[in-house]
Structure formats: structure tokens, C-alpha cells
Design a binder for this molecule. Structure first.
Ligand SMILES: [Zn+2]
Ligand SMILES: [Zn+2]
Length: 409
């Protein structure tokens, strides 16, 4: 007969051991949970304090009637000034800006001191924003005070030849709105009714503010006749080029990113580019891009996102027979390109040039941001106060690794 005492001892020790580990586990889990709760609690309290502070400030300012805003006076001349807080007329909204993002277009405006279609100084500017409604004009439906919204930079008329054909991006009477680099912004009635969207609770305002540029990228991509598994070359590693890289990669395409700067290499990789070609040489970019395709045949889709004639010509040279080129980057007025007519005709190449966005595409863009698949955070590489706007643009002019800076007024 086996000795019951001997058999009993290991069992007791085992039980003790298991008990000890279990207690240890529970303690550890308990500790983590408590820490998590503390952390969540702390963030929530901080958020509430912040929101409360903004609300109180908004109320005070609305009463006083003045706000701080960036006013563009000319070339590289931004001044932060006290200007009247706008009031909402019929159908309009006043939005407290939660975040306004810098953009290539604003940088151009800063450098040149004007924008032919949109801005004549002295003028408020900035157009990528999301914020909170603080005043709704008479007749506004669907946007109460406190609603978190993203208001697009434009809205089509809905009446003209182009709008009626579903080409609202080409509207004869496209209404633009500027003035996002300010504490408050007035949203015109037409933008309120056609192009102002509620931001889902779990989407940060600065992410929602990416809706406008993303809408341009989604529009350009969908216009390029894409199929999953297509090989897509994107020329240009600026904010919109990188957005195009990300949109194409999320759609299941194999993306070749052609960039000029080191910082853009990392970003393109993170956003889903399968191959990155870093070179200032157009000939080398064409050669290396073709080498990444079967028998050097060229890519299915080439998207130009720089906005210079040489890059337009480069895009045509890297696409395959039957492929599509999208001249997505707008060039300076009066520039021209030289294209090989033989190649375009006998290789059956489709040339497209997508401009701007439509209300339907803007909704798609916000949905993509809200889906969580789109890495919104990767595009916002810095935060700054309104007072720092001059410095932010100067830094962007010097081709830093910054993609977009969120201006928090
Ligand atoms: Zn923009
Ligand atoms: Zn129209």
C-alpha cells in the first residue's frame, strides 16, 4: 500500500503553490485594473475640465464680441488680430474651432500672399477645420449648440449644369469658406445644408478636420479606375501624396511611392507603400518604377501629386499599356506639358485630372476616418497655438518632416 502521508505532502505543496500563484495573479490583475481605472478617470476629468474651460471662454467671448484670428496681409505676413466674433444669420452656424490643420494650399497662399480663386488680403484664412457649434441661426436643422461638426471648405450650388450632372466639384458657383485659423468661424448657409457633417463621438476633432484633404484623395483615387491588386505609383510625398498612398494601400493596391525627402520615406512606409523610391531624378524614378513591374511593362495607375509639369510628363512615362494616369497635382497658371502622342494613342492610355470633391465623397472620407482603418494620427505631426502660425508656416516652407500641424486656437 502506498504511504498516504507521502502522497499527501506533494499535493498540499502543489495546492499551496497554485494558490500562491493565483493570489499573485489576482493581485497583478487587480493592480493593472486599478491603474487603468485611475488613468481613464484622470483623462476623463482632464477632458471635462478642458471642455468646461472652452465652453466658459466661448460664452465670455461671444458676450464680449471679439476673438483672436489670423489675418493674412500679404506675402509671409500673418498677424494675429482682435476681430469681431461673427454672428449667425439665417441658416448659418458659428463654430468654435477645435482644430484647424495646415495644408499645402495655405502654404502656397502664405508664400504668394493671395489665392486667385479664394483669398484677397487682408483676409482670414485656413480651411480644414472641425469644432463645436456655439450658435445656430434661424432655420438651421440638425445642428444644436454643442454639436461636434466638420464643416467643409466649399459647397456646390446644386442648380447649375455641372451640379445637375453630378459633377458638383466643377460647380459654376462653388462657394468657398475661409477663416479656420481663428477662435470662431462662420459657416455659410449653403455649406451648413450641404457640407457640414456630425463628427462621431469617438473621433477626435483634429482627425475629423482631415475630411477635406482626404475627400480630395479619395475622389482622385476613385477617378483613376482602380482594381484591387493593381500596382499604383504615387509621385510626391507631400500631405496629399501620402494620403493617396494610404488610400490606395487600404484599397488593396500595391503602392510604389516616389518621394524626395528622407522623412517622407518613413511616412510612406508606415502608410502602406510596398516600395519606396527616393530620388530627385525623373529618369531614375521612371526606370525604377518600371523595374518593379512584370517585364518592365509599367504600373496600372500613375498618380501625380506634386503639381509641376515635369512630374505630369513623368507619370505618363511610367504607366502600362491601357493604364490610367491621374494628374492630381494642380500646376501654376500658364504652364504646359509635352506628351508623346504616339505612346498615348497606340498604348491606349487614359489621362485624367481630378479636382476637388463632391458632398458624397466628403461623407465617404469622414466614414473612412471614423472606421479606424485610416491612420489619421500619422498625418498630424505637430500641434501649435494660433500665435505660432507664422513660425509654423516658415518651418513648413523649409521642407521639414512635418506633414500637417494642428492649430489649436
Ligand atoms: Zn486643404
Ligand atoms: Zn453648381
Amino acid at each position: 500500500m502506498p504511504n498516504p502521508v507521502k502522497r499527501g505532502r506533494p499535493t498540499v505543496e502543489e495546492v499551496l503553490q497554485v494558490g500562491r500563484s493565483t493570489v499573485g495573479d489576482v493581485l497583478q490583475i487587480g493592480r493593472n485594473t486599478v491603474e487603468e481605472v485611475l488613468h481613464v478617470g484622470r483623462s476623463t476629468v482632464e477632458e471635462v475640465i478642458q471642455v468646461g474651460r472652452n465652453t466658459v471662454e466661448s460664452a465670455r467671448q461671444l458676450r464680449q464680441g471679439t476673438m483672436q484670428a489670423a489675418v493674412l496681409h500679404g506675402r509671409q505676413d500673418i498677424r494675429i488680430e482682435d476681430v469681431p466674433v461673427p454672428r449667425a444669420a439665417h441658416g448659418e452656424l458659428i463654430v468654435r474651432v477645435g482644430a484647424a490643420l495646415t495644408c499645402g494650399t495655405d502654404l502656397k497662399v502664405f508664400r504668394r500672399g493671395y489665392h486667385a480663386r479664394m483669398i484677397v488680403p487682408p483676409a482670414l484664412f485656413g480651411h480644414e477645420l472641425a469644432g463645436t457649434v456655439v450658435e445656430a441661426g434661424e432655420g438651421v436643422e440638425g445642428f444644436a449648440n454643442g454639436a461636434r461638426v466638420v464643416a467643409l471648405n466649399s459647397a456646390p450650388c446644386g442648380q447649375c449644369y455641372f451640379c445637375k450632372r453630378g459633377q458638383e466639384n466643377l460647380c459654376d458657383d462653388l462657394l468657398f469658406n475661409n477663416g479656420a485659423y481663428a477662435e470662431f468661424i462662420r459657416i455659410p448657409a449653403r455649406i451648413v445644408s450641404k457640407n457640414t457633417l456630425i463628427v462621431p463621438d469617438d473621433v477626435p476633432l483634429e482627425h475629423a478636420a482631415l475630411t477635406e484633404p482626404l475627400a480630395c484623395a479619395v475622389h482622385g483615387f476613385l477617378d483613376s479606375n482602380p482594381h484591387p491588386d493593381d500596382t499604383v505609383a504615387v509621385i510626391g510625398g507631400g500631405p496629399l501624396g501620402l494620403m493617396m498612398v494610404h488610400v490606395a494601400a487600404l484599397s488593396g493596391c500595391r503602392v510604389i511611392a516616389i518621394v524626395k525627402h528622407d522623412g517622407q520615406v518613413e511616412a510612406a512606409k508606415q502608410l502602406g507603400a510596398a516600395h519606396i523610391i527616393k530620388t530627385p531624378s525623373i529618369q531614375k524614378a521612371i526606370r525604377e518604377t518600371r523595374a518593379l513591374t512584370h517585364n518592365n511593362r509599367g504600373v496600372d495607375i500613375a498618380i501625380e501629386a506634386v503639381g509641376v509639369p515635369e512630374a505630369w510628363e513623368e507619370a505618363v512615362e511610367m504607366v502600362r499599356k491601357g493604364g490610367t494616369v491621374n494628374f492630381f497635382g494642380g500646376c501654376a497658371v500658364g504652364t504646359h506639358v509635352k506628351l508623346d502622342t504616339n505612346r498615348i494613342h497606340y498604348s491606349d492610355i487614359t489621362l485624367r485630372a481630378t479636382f476637388h470633391h463632391t458632398p458624397a465623397i466628403c461623407r465617404k472620407a469622414l466614414d473612412l476616418i471614423a472606421s479606424g482603418r485610416f491612420q489619421a494620427g500619422a498625418f498630424i505631426t505637430g500641434h501649435a497655438h494660433l500665435y505660432e502660425l507664422n513660425r509654423v508656416f516658415e518651418k513648413l516652407m523649409n521642407r521639414s518632416t512635418e506633414i500637417k500641424t494642428a492649430i489649436v486656437p
